[in-house]
Design a protein. Sequence first.
Length: 326
Amino acid sequence: ESRKIRMWLAIVLSVAILVRAGLWLTYPVAHGNDTPTYQHLANSLKNNSGFERYNGTRTPGYPLFLMLAGSGESVYMVQLCLGLLTTLLVFYIAWRLSGRAWFAGLLALAHTLNLGQIFFEATLLSEAVATFFLFFILAGMVYLLKLPESPVRKTPVAPILLVSSALGLAAIALSMTRPLFAFVPFLGAFFLVFFWRAVPFRLRLGAAALAALPALVALLVWVNFIYTRFNIIGMDSIGGYHLVNHTTSFFELAPDEYAPIRDTFLQFRAQHIAETGSPINTIWDAIPTLMLQTRLNYYSLGRLMGVISSRLISEHPWLYLQNLAL
């Protein structure tokens, strides 16, 4: 079995390295629509002694990565290396769960040949870094959950505490890179406490605390910082704008007291549908005009759009659920 593992690991590594070498030689570093917002914060952190000019549009995880990694080409190379490590993590996870080297190899190849994923590694966006941290956490969870059952005296306490601490730090990095995954450490802690029967309950509880509490503290500190700076409860200053995407498809039902905003937004929605075929992300086109119309600044308008969207969701929950399902 060890020979099969080495064979499949060699195949996966060879393919992963060749694919990324080919990408590096033929495809220049790419930028997405969101790249400038990450670069702005990275430059602000580098040149202004911290968060003095922070505008709240992004959490600091990926901007800090950009600041540390350097220029676009060096970031590109680091992200390709992280992609290679992610492929190895996929191999480890699949092998530990299935016990079959061929299955682990095929799953790792499926990941490393996923064009959508690998082109993110060549783009100055947070997806590749977040994917690495997510699979690092999954691999750590698999390591813990697959530990063989043993008497208390033989339980490997030190490795358990070390891995749990690493999971806690990775969870902070993941949450600060992609706030969408802020729930991951708490879901992981739940599984450690209630589904990890190989170790005593107190050790399970300690491991879960090490995995989840650092992330909880970091998230609370960060949310408090956003609230103190922008008077907004959330991970960033644009949560109200994000919420509009959940109500764009039925924004015409906004109350009449918001008629000017509603009518202007509907004009932009029609234009956005004509150009892209979808109403999603209409809000980003409409913001400058809505700011002029309402005479609100960027943050106040975001709060107001959040209020309108919250009312739409509460008054039309079925339409919201339909949109969510789609």
